[in-house]
Write a protein that binds this ligand. Structure first.
Ligand code: B12
Ligand code: SF4
Ligand code: SF4
Length: 315
């Protein structure tokens, strides 16, 4: 099969699996991305996310992730919900309405890789999504899937911002993307103005310690910004303010990945219909029973209760 034919074969199968973007890049060192991350870490913007300061060599040199690695396939996963959560419930980011994507996205990436392996039985591969020291957004740019917005998102001009990034690293040769997507921000600064905490301190630059997403998902229990208290609005898990305000967010269709949709919990309610009072009175066992397969489980019930307490919710 010629590289062009293989490209079409992969693209077609990726589409059939529900991916909405595919591109490939050669495995190469990424020194400018490393420099950017080192600058981010040197200013302590990463807060307690120590893993961002670790494995810098692997991040810079993706070939260290797999012996003989030649190519990186980058896939876009659509998660735009058909319906948003009703406003009176404490807000959960839409990627977390359903099941934890780390599991089911990897499974579909493996299905795609196995399909390619039917043609190349000797092929070796590894799949990642938010699970390895690798520059996913920068790789998506190199693969021609979008541009980096001033809010630091990877923005696809056809799919918008509600996409996750999946990676397959492999030792076979592929057709690499040549065309890059031009920056689509122009003079717009809506996201920077909309962030309630000034976390987007400059275009393309975020102090994660000020970000609601960091403070509701990643930061250790009890960590606070002492110098400047955080405005959380009604967010208790993640934040989509700088995403929703972006004109490019109108792009992209609602997801057809069932796993992203809210799931039923007891008493006919769904995973996005839990009130502040119900969160605060929830027991660990109930949380485990209903949310062990949800991204919320990663934060833990104590963290969610802390976020409910700190959020500005209509009582
Ligand atoms: C740490 C992390 C966070 C942190 C810090 C976010 C940040 N902006 O740095 C926190 C907890 C705040 C966070 C929040 C969210 N995250 Co997050 N996160 C990550 C993670 C694990 C690492 C990102 C990282 O290295 N940050 C440090 C900075 C320096 O690196 P970077 O953002 O990758 O930027 C690189 C490139 O963009 C490039 N670059 C940067 N600026 C510019 C400018 C120009 C002009 C160019 C050309 C290049 C360029 O250089 C950088 C590398 O040096 C990635 C997964 C991964 N392995 O990459 C997911 C990831 C970035 N997160 C993701 C998501 C979905 C979210 C949330 C939407 C979740 C939510 N709803 O709350 C929010 C979005 C907040 C926001 N405005 O970014 C997705 C993003 C998908 C997308 N379409 O962009 C990722 C890719 C996970 C995935 N597999 O899909 N996240
Ligand atoms: S996700 Fe929310 S808090 Fe974080 S930078 Fe965007 S608007 Fe600000
Ligand atoms: S809101 Fe405006 S400046 Fe921010 S990412 Fe979107 S287009 Fe760019």
């Amino acid at each position: 099969m010629s590289p062009d034919e293989l490209h079409i074969y992969i693209n077609d199968f990726a589409n059939r699996l529900g991916f909405v973007g595919y591109g490939a890049v050669a495995v190469e060192k990424m020194p400018s991305e490393r420099a950017r991350l080192e600058c981010f870490v040197s200013k302590s913007y990463h807060g307690s996310m120590r893993y961002l300061a670790a494995n810098m060599n692997i991040r810079e040199e993706p070939s260290l992730l797999m012996d003989g690695a030649k190519s990186i396939m980058v896939l876009l996963i659509p998660y735009k919900p058909p319906l948003r959560q009703q406003k009176h419930f404490p807000k959960i980011s839409s990627y977390a309405y359903g099941l934890d994507y780390h599991f089911f996205v990897k499974s579909r990436l493996r299905t795609l890789a196995e399909k390619i392996k039917e043609l190349y039985p000797q092929m070796n591969y590894r799949v990642f999504t938010d699970s390895a020291p690798i520059f996913e957004r920068a790789l998506a740019v190199k693969a021609g899937l979008g541009f980096i917005g001033k809010n630091t998102f990877l923005i696809s001009k056809t799919q918008g911002l509600s996409t996750l990034i999946g990676i397959i690293i492999t030792d076979i040769q592929l057709k690499y993307s040549i065309e890059k997507v031009s920056n689509g921000c122009g003079k717009c600064t809506r996201c920077i103005e909309a962030c309630p905490n000034g976390a987007l301190i400059a275009p393309f630059e975020m102090d994660a310690r000020r970000c609601i997403s960091y403070n509701t998902i990643e930061s250790p229990l009890g960590e606070r910004l002492s110098s400047s208290p955080l405005i959380r609005e009604d967010n208790i898990f993640g934040c989509e303010i700088c995403m929703d305000i972006c004109p490019w967010s109108s792009k992209g269709e609602p997801t057809n990945w069932q796993e992203f949709l809210p799931f039923a919990i007891q008493q006919g309610r769904s995973s996005v219909e839990v009130s502040a009072a119900e969160w605060l009175s929830m027991e660990e066992e109930e949380f485990r029973t209903h949310f062990s397969k949800s991204p919320l489980f990663r934060a833990g019930l104590s963290k969610i209760k802390e976020s409910v307490t700190c959020a500005n919710l209509k009582k």
